[in-house]
Design a protein around this ligand. Structure first.
Ligand SMILES: [Zn+2]
Length: 618
């Protein structure tokens, strides 16, 4: 049996507190959902705001594989002709092949919220559905508050469905709008509706009783074939039914067909992508797709997992694109360390002297307040550093941070750092909005000419925790930093009574990790990750001048990229033809990726290396 997946992340999901999608965000998510194999994507409510209308205009430019874009709206208002209703008109104007229309199923709402008669509500439903069917739309009828309505007045709730069905609705979606129903009720109500109509049924569940996924799955068993939900369960209050849990359950546990196995493997990536765009951290313990969904800490579990993957996991994480993780802490045994090393693709025999050293070091550091559970980047570095061949890509020789409270009340911070890369010592200074930021900027400035990939590394999270509260400001401080280069995300840790030192430890681990083979972006990738400007938005030209040479950068997003590139070029003087060619080429490449890009980038970097003069340390 084929189950139809209907995503409403862009409409109901965007109702979550703290989420605000731009039109570009919505287009990006649409593309991703299409790739995941979602059948219907609800784009928004065209009558509610101009942003949603703009989405419907621009979405036609995307070449979607199978997803049908759907506009959402309500039935006509009471007491007016359907063709005069602005919301119905906006639904037609959105020009989507399918529309979702919601109507009232609960007599209480009809009488006290709409302030109309039960009979008029039936006409409102029928008129609206018929009007849209007559205009060639596929009509998805959302029966709002259906479960509550059915409890209050089952005969009337069924009449509302019959009104939609007779007017030609293609699917009748039963909504648990207040999200308080329990699975047994949902199963009974769906079965009763099933007996009353032959039209395909769907469910739209909210999560106020933490039952949205359970209610959706039991509704499938009771005969529904269309499920509405959102990525990561985003939605108003406690959220909507989480498609990231529903899809693998349908597919892997109930044996139902909804997307391909290959698409299912992109589930974790999609969940993270959408959380990134929503600017929310993905809950690490989220089933199936969370970072900790398959994390194992107990030594016994780890031991068993090594022998047999199924022993402590409900599914093979690879099926949903996630991976098992071994958590390393002072509770770890030698097998955790060995497993962890294997996970990183490093050689470390369980009984070896190096394994003993690593474990010893972790226990020592945790004793001093470090915590490695959430800092896999630091663990990997710790293991690598025990290898005789490991050479650190840079070394911090000295830093100096100055924080000043200016006369006007503005705080200013400035950092000076001295860093060694190979034989060279680089001395840089930078301002920042705080001492850690200034330090970060100064170090990057020193390293960028050697490692341009660092231009793409940025901090996504910076957490500070005082360990012994009673010691007040003298407490040991632990800093946890999460960084990303757009392709990978990693966390590192530092700990010291001095918050700057703790921050420096976490920060330098983070940058060192970014430079590991397999993590660092190759020149080709640095280029490939430059944004392709979208031609849809009118370009805002910006001119950047280097000495007396000026280049025009076609739009602001590109401006940022060009600035990063120019930061490299600034170190190169005089500008030789080859470099100038690089700039021109980069400029054009903002529209067309030139194949010489990586080569030019390499040339610039080599030149920068030669040009840098070592600073004499006194
Ligand atoms: Zn809803």
């Amino acid at each position: 049996m084929k189950i139809i997946l209907y995503d409403t992340t862009l409409r109901d999901g965007a109702q979550r507190e703290g989420i605000s999608f731009s039109v570009d965000d919505k287009l990006k998510i649409t593309r991703r959902l299409d790739r995941l194999g979602i059948h219907y994507i609800e784009g928004g409510w065209p009558d509610s705001n101009p942003k949603d209308m703009a989405f419907f205009e621009r979405v036609t430019e995307l070449r979607l594989r199978q997803a049908v874009v759907t506009a959402f709206g309500s039935t006509r208002r009471a007491g007016i002709a359907v063709e005069e209703d602005t919301n119905i008109r906006a639904l037609v104007a959105a020009r989507t092949p399918a529309v979702a229309v919601f109507g009232k199923s609960w007599d209480l709402h009809v009488r006290h919220v709409l302030n109309t008669t039960l009979d008029e509500n039936l006409h409102m439903i029928a008129d609206s559905v018929r009007y849209l069917k007559d205009r060639g739309r596929e009509v998805i009828y959302d029966a709002e508050h259906f479960f509550d309505g059915y409890q209050a007045n089952p005969a009337y709730a069924l009449q509302t469905l019959a009104a939609a069905a007779e007017a030609g609705a293609d699917v009748l979606v039963l909504c648990d709008t207040n999200g308080g129903s329990l699975p047994a009720t949902v199963a009974d109500v769906v079965a009763a509706v099933r007996r009353a109509t032959a039209i395909p049924l769907g469910i739209h569940a909210h999560n106020d009783g933490e039952m949205a996924v359970a209610n959706s799955l039991i509704a499938v068993e009771a005969g529904i074939v269309h499920i509405q939900g959102t990525i990561n369960g985003y939605g108003e209050r406690c959220g909507n039914a989480n498609l990231c849990s529903i899809i693998p359950a349908l597919q892997l546990k109930m044996g139902l067909d909804c997307i391909t196995a290959e698409q299912l493997r992109t589930l974790t990536e999609t969940a993270r992508y959408v959380s990134e765009i929503a600017n929310l951290n993905l809950y690490p313990h989220q089933p199936y797709v969370g970072h900790s969904a398959f994390a194992h800490k107990g030594g016994m579990h780890v031991n068993a997992l090594v022998k047999c993957g199924e022993s402590y996991q409900h599914i093979d994480p690879a099926l949903v694109g996630n991976r098992p993780r071994v958590v390393v802490s002072e509770l770890s045994g030698k097998s955790n360390i060995a497993c962890k090393a294997q996970e990183f693709g490093l050689e470390l025999a369980e009984g070896s002297e190096r394994a003993r050293q690593v474990l010893q070091r972790i226990k020592e550091l945790e004793n001093r307040g470090f915590q490695f559970e959430g800092a896999e980047g630091s663990v990997e570095l710790l293991i690598r550093r025990t290898h005789a061949d490991y050479v650190s890509p840079f070394e911090l020789l000295d830093f100096h941070v100055l924080v000043r409270n200016r006369h006007n009340g503005n705080m200013a911070a400035e950092a000076t750092v001295k860093v060694r890369v190979g034989e060279q010592v680089i001395h840089t200074a930078a301002d920042g909005n705080g001492p850690v930021n200034a330090l970060d900027v100064a170090v990057r400035k020193a390293l960028l000419p050697f490692y341009p990939g660092l231009a793409h590394v940025h901090l996504v999270d910076y957490k500070v925790r005082a360990l012994d509260g009673e010691a007040g400001t003298a407490a040991q401080t632990r800093v946890l930093i999460t960084s990303t280069n757009g392709r990978r995300t990693w966390s590192t840790v530092g700990c010291s009574p001095n918050i700057l030192e703790a921050s420096w430890q976490a920060l330098s681990d983070s940058l060192e990790y970014a430079l590991l083979p397999g993590v660092t972006l190759a020149d080709e990738e640095v280029f490939a990750s430059l944004p392709i400007p979208e031609r849809i938005a009118p370009p805002e030209p910006t001119t950047i001048c280097l000495g007396n040479r000026c280049i025009e950068v076609p739009d602001l997003r590109s401006h940022k990229v060009a600035q990063q590139f120019l930061a490299l070029l600034h170190l190169v003087d005089p500008l030789e033809e080859r470099i100038q060619e690089g700039v021109t080429s980069l400029n054009e490449r903002l529209y067309r990726f030139s194949p010489q890009g990586p080569e030019i980038l390499r040339a610039v970097r080599d030149r920068a290396r030669k040009r840098l003069r070592p600073v004499q340390s006194r």
